[in-house]
Ligand binder design. Structure first.
Ligand code: NAG
Ligand code: NAG
Ligand code: NAG
Ligand code: NAG
Ligand code: NAG
Ligand code: NAG
Ligand code: NAG
Ligand code: NAG
Length: 463
């Protein structure tokens, strides 16, 4: 199943050399890129907080050199993927410690330190990393620590109660807490993130409650202005956010690669969960086709991933610099879950990885990765996002059928706890209704009551 017929080489000599048809070449390149990514991590040093990147305690994505909490969560997932791709266990213990240390007092990735900017999207990225662990049988922490699967289930149970039917006919607000800026917005990464979380839990556990919920989130997004198809070009748009203060009648017209990635892979898991339904196959193909036209522009040959809104002018913020990492991983997962997509996905991952390698020739070490994979001249930028995106796209070329996400029926060993976190003190529902798709409980309002002592915070748009 490994894709190898084409050999993509960076156009010029690069400090990170990569032959995407060679497993050992990818192992060697990803090892260097991962090492440089981890040079930014200090959470394992005395006096530092495990799991966090610099700046994660007061996040502002416009400050160079600092990283929001969610991105640290995503980084641990990238390292689980790296281990799965290469068998290199170097970062496993750091990853286990990080994912457990940041799980919060209720084991649901809602640590009070992060309340001032806690979004549904931020939380779900940590859950994604726990799910990556489940799907690859990444070692459990053991002892009294919660299983990877139960951590993701606890996030599902927490977020379930944030569903807000009182405005816009449903959907998740971006922010968990009403005192944070952005609480009025309903955005695609929060809704699409929860959609993916639900679809993966359905796939892993076979429990149709999760599948019903994924359908509900998709249906709401489709009925909202977040998902739109251009009648002339056929382009499928996943817009950034819509405003509940206007009952979601307007929409912010920005497109980000990670929004396409999260909806794509969620649809791929649902394709599997529905036994290969035409409905979900069509959704996978629809998203994929527009992912190609928007984020793999013909201008650069049509196979190199490109962050449309900000890459060319190099004004991506700290969050945005990492987005291509997620699209790469989620395309690779899709190529396995929906095998008919592999033929078009694999050449794009190969060419993008070669482009990324060409861009990893900067900095004082001569192998620092920039953002612009479409040119082999280092763009002068550096950071965790750039390293993670390069790591993820290179590693994704090692994704094979053998690495097909595991389920509880096909060898995943993480322990399921569908009721994880249900009774947790921080759970938004004071009194819970049974979880059903016909749920009408206006539980979102109750979040206001939680941790309302932590006023005065500000939050930052995740784009
Ligand atoms: C990783 O280990 C597995 C199991 O031993 C093996 O099948 C696989 O080929 C290894 N992968 C790499 C990239 O070395
Ligand atoms: C990880 O930690 C375990 C338990 O503390 C230890 O036995 C193991 O050697 C560590 N592995 C690595 C790769 O450091
Ligand atoms: C929260 O912040 C405090 C103070 O910096 C720190 O001691 C603690 O370890 C942090 N906890 C988490 C989960 O980040
Ligand atoms: C808000 O939007 C929802 C969904 O479109 C609609 O059902 C509802 O009637 C709208 N509410 C108001 C007050 O316009
Ligand atoms: C998929 O197939 C299985 C086994 O035939 C069946 O039990 C299940 O209900 C099917 N799922 C859906 C969503 O059709
Ligand atoms: C769905 O995934 C499971 C587990 O990986 C696999 O056994 C099954 O064949 C897949 N079904 C479809 C329709 O692809
Ligand atoms: C996606 O694009 C392919 C190739 O152009 C086309 O054959 C297919 O019909 C498209 N699928 C959808 C659902 O748009
Ligand atoms: C399925 O998931 C729901 C929601 O978490 C839970 O209430 C239910 O007990 C689960 N069912 C099984 C059979 O695990």
């Amino acid at each position: 199943m490994r894709y190898s017929p084409l050999l993509y080489l960076a156009p010029f000599a690069a400090a990170i050399t990569l032959d995407t048809s060679s497993v050992s070449s990818i192992e060697s390149a990803t090892s260097s890129v991962a090492q440089d990514m981890m040079s930014y991590y200090t959470g394992n040093q005395p006096g530092q907080v495990p799991g966090l990147l610099p700046g994660s305690l007061s996040c502002n994505p416009n400050v160079e050199g600092t990283y929001c909490w969610w991105e640290a969560g995503a980084m641990w997932g990238a390292l689980i993927n790296y281990w799965q791709y290469t068998n290199d266990t170097t970062y496993n213990n750091l990853t286990i410690n990080a994912l457990q240390f940041q799980r919060g007092p209720d084991n649901n990735y809602n640590p009070p330190n992060q309340s001032r900017s806690m979004g549904v999207d931020d939380q779900v990225f940590w859950a994604f990393s726990a799910l990556d662990a489940v799907e690859s049988n990444f070692p459990e922490a053991g002892g009294d620590n919660p299983s990877w699967l139960s951590l993701a289930q606890a996030v599902f149970n927490f977020q379930h109660d944030l569903w807000d039917p009182l405005t816009c006919g449903g959907g998740f607000r971006w922010q968990v807490f009403s005192f944070n800026a952005g609480y009025n917005l309903k955005n695609s990464i929060s809704n699409g993130g929860n959609f993916q979380l639900s679809a993966r839990l359905a796939y892993i556990t076979g429990n149709s409650t999760y599948g019903d919920w994924a359908n509900k989130v998709w249906d709401w997004m489709e009925s909202s202005p977040l998902l739109q198809t251009d009648a002339n070009t056929g382009t499928f748009y996943i817009w950034d956010n819509t405003d509940s203060n206007n009952n979601c009648t307007d929409v912010q017209n920005f497109v980000w690669s990670y929004n396409y990635g999260t909806m794509l892979s969620g649809a791929a898991y649902m394709y599997n969960f529905t036994n290969g339904s035409d409905l979900w196959l069509n959704r996978v193909e629809t998203i994929l086709n527009s992912t190609y036209s928007l984020f793999f522009p013909q201008e650069f040959g049509g196979n190199i991933m490109y962050e449309l809104e900000c890459e060319k002018s190099l004004n991506c913020d700290q969050d945005q610099k990492s987005f291509k990492a997620y699209l790469a991983r989620w395309m690779a997962v899709t190529s396995v879950l929906v095998p008919s997509t592999a033929a078009t996905i694999k050449p794009k991952l190969a060419a993008s990885a070669a482009g990324a390698a060409g861009q990893c020739d900067g900095g004082s070490d001569g192998r620092t990765c920039g953002l612009q994979w479409t040119t082999a001249t280092w763009d002068g930028t550096s950071g965790v996002g750039q390293q993670m995106a390069a790591l993820s796209v290179m590693g994704s070329n090692l994704m094979t059928e053998n690495m097909r996400p595991l389920t509880l029926r096909t060898g995943a060993t993480s322990k399921s706890d569908p009721n994880a976190g249900v009774d947790a003190p921080s759970n938004p529902a004071a009194t819970r209704e049974p979880i059903t798709t016909a749920d009408k409980a206006g539980a979102g309002i109750l979040t206001v009551l939680v941790i309302c002592v932590m006023v005065g915070g500000s939050a930052w748009l995740v784009y």
